[in-house]
Ligand binder design. Sequence first.
Ligand code: FRU
Length: 700
Amino acid sequence: MTTLLMLLCLYQTPRPDIVFADFEGPHYQGWILSGTAFGLVPARGTLPGQMQVEGYQGKGLVNSFLGGDDSTGSIVSPPVKVERPYLNFLIGGGYNADHLALRVIRNGKTIASATGPNSQPGGTERLAWNHFDLSAHQGAEVKFEIVDFVKGSWGHINIDQITFSDKPKGDLPVKRTLAAGSFLHLPVKTGATMRRLKVFEQGTGKTLADMDIELCPVGEEPSFWTFADLGKRNFPGQVILETRLEANDKSLDRILGTEEGPGRQNWFTEPMRPLVHFTAPKGWLNDPNGLVFDGKNYHLFYQHNPYGWNWGNMHWGHATSTDLLRWTDQPEALAPRKHGDWAFSGSAIIDKDNTSDWGEKGKAPMVLAYTSTGRGECIAFSNNEGLTWTEFDGNPVVKHRGRDPRLLWHKPTKKWIMAVFNEDKGNVLHVYSSPDLKRWTFESELKDLYECPDLVRFPDPADIQKDLWVLYGADGLYWVGDFDGKRFQPKGPKQRLWHGNFYAAQTFTNLDDNRVVQIGWGQGITFPGAPFNQQMAIPVELSLVAGKTGPRLRALPVRELKGQIQSKIVKESFPGQNASFDLSGGAQLVDISWKVGTGETGLRLPGLTIRQDPKAGKLFVGKVALESIKEGTLTLQIVLDRGSVEVFTQSGDQAVSLARDPKLTKGILTFLPGDSSMEISRLSVAELAPGRNPRFGPTK
Ligand code: FRU
């Protein structure tokens, strides 16, 4: 009998919900209004100037975007008795726990409060279910208060369907204990609900990872599998996974703790993977960081989201190479100190004279500077080739509204320099100096420079005994000028070398004096459907040459690219009209020279047409219009790969990086019929071998 009763209780059908407010009526029905944000009547969906609002029920909802984000106000409901243990509601809009909220008030006190999901530009206007557990307040009289006291971005809140219920709706905290060693394998579904997933070590309670991730819902095919590197751990230790999911959502069960698993398998064989361009093994990348040569290896650190196809969870990814093209993936170099304190861009150097005293056993330490978004500009050092890093205990060394510290050694003054973006009063460059990488002195400010500065020395083309400096911004515009270790002085207007999908470039430190190698982020080169997104542009050799209006930069692919050539066709002096060449291998280096005629000439490549217009004196690379010649010989170097094409004109006077469909792996090269015959003096089509080492380096 008792068992039967218990079963009856367990399976008791829930009582019907009591909908307190669905905002479908023409008025707020007894709610007290103040301010202007909520209007005099409930909203009917999206308001003027607002992104599409979704996820509400029926036609009406509370939407405090009336008059835009800057309007403020509040609404307070009539009293109501709590007659079910849970209060379910739909909520959306901005995140601000104190000033953008739905509150439950009992005897003048807030007993429960919820805010919207969005704290950054972008985001979503979708309302989602949430709930309060009011079981301790059953029978009591409460009021609801919806407040919007926030101006500016995401200064509004959306609410609908305030409902008393026996069952909670929306996410509930869930935990899972799992046997795991150094890795977790995580199924990601791009576009699924973003979850906050925390991973703790059982016993010590130490946080091993804390991330935002679009966990693949049960029953769906993941967009891709990725992995979390938990550091050196003996398998199988126990870890605890924690997130919030709707009741009965078993998404956490799909995470695997095995050493080998789908997150670390089958990569580099993907059909869209570029062959000679650097891509993250998994997830998103943006800016190159900490480009440094340690005497043996080139190090490429980069802004990395290991857990998603889009930007987020900023880490410093790491890869090493002896030739700038064949990269071996290393463990993440920097992870966020805590959720929301991201490891933003920065740079690295070798402290050859051990000015910092961080070197061990007579070996020079590698030192990096990065922006910790929660603290400021920070310094860290490594004595094992960038595998593990120790934070300087005086961090942050610079505290300001800014980011992207660029370290370099200034020989004449024997000081370290930090060139860093500051946005306290507009977009400016700040220069600091230091004798030891620890104590930093503010030296100067220069107006009109946006994020990711790069400051690099070249021999002056007019007198190679002298130095000239180039100051580069993320947007690819640069100044040539003088730098005395304190202040950069431009010697002419800003110039542009790179066009197209190219951003936040950086040059390697610690190369010999005559070599400057630059890598940029191929911003906007995407690989939909692949486990990775975005790529680095091909590494280029920069040189400063005398131009008509003063010194200017040139860029050509690094000479090491020739080492990737596995076969080559060379043809000299031929009319281009009916010729065609096979470009099916995946990646190619094409070199072409032709005589500019009186009519239009050019070439068609899979995914790109290049057109020389002699009348306008322009070269159209896709939609990018470059300065060109009206007569004479035009020479182009073209690097084709899955997802991108780069074009370098003449001896590297102008450079273009463009996205093309990464599925376009087969095709031919043909020539544009002009009104004069296209005279090609030389064409070489070289097939390039895959540059990536399909192995991961050791774990930490
Ligand atoms: C440039 C940038 C940097 C910042 C980083 C964050 O693309 O916005 O200023 O440090 O990306 O990922």
